[in-house]
Write a protein that binds this ligand. Sequence first.
Ligand code: SAH
Length: 262
Amino acid sequence: MDIPRFFNITESEHRIHNPFTPDKFVTLGAALRLKPGARVLDLGSGSGEMLCTWARDHGIVGTGIDMSPLFTAQAKLRAKELGVAHQVDFIHDDASGYIAEEKADVAACVGATWIGGGAAGTIALLAKSLCTGGIILIGEPYWRQLPPTEDIARKCLASSMSDFLSLPELLESFGNLGYDVVEMVLANQDSWDRYEAAKWLTMRRWLEENPDDELAEEIRSSLSKEPVRHVTYTREYVGWGVFALMPKLVSFPCGSVATSED
Ligand code: SAH
């Protein structure tokens, strides 16, 4: 079981497989006011940077599930490197439909919401692993600027303009699903560059070492087109952020409250 080899090659040197920089995960961890011993579930955990650094900085414990054997192995190495291997566990598996046996204080899917068939489905999936009072984290793209044409939307690697919402619409959509948006940390153009531009050097070096590989032509073509495509389209039009959600509180006439999930 694996993701397409193209991603394992182009993102082999990434610690974070998203338009987030390490400082943004630091900001997010602090924003969530994580307590030592808090349990974090991460579907599509990639190379494990979020769980490993939060284990080091906040004493959380957690589990990450990822379909890439390479990224999962990198996550385990990172856990050892940061001295948190006893706190975090990384499982190589398909996370679609994954429900944790032990409920989590934070249930996350950061940049992999196809796992639940989109943001709404992924929120519903994560909710099944969340303890009362817990926080769901969703990493999603949005339109920073609405692309003027469908062709431009496709050049941003969306299949159409309707793939993403504007930031206000995205936040509103979480409300419509019955969630309060309780925190957020957004990527910016520089953090997009860390995700995208880091692939270019990786591709260049991979091509030097693997000129005859069956993917060499595809990687060469990507390296020659991606820098200009990124600065013309993705960098200008696509935003990305991690949104922290809690089920809305529902008031009863007697004045007691319950979460909408109860
Ligand atoms: N959250 C991580 C990785 C995001 S990239 C980070 O912030 O760095 C998306 C990740 O989802 C990749 O690591 C990919 O291997 C993983 N993935 C894709 N489909 C998956 C699936 N069905 N189940 C589990 N992981 C999946």
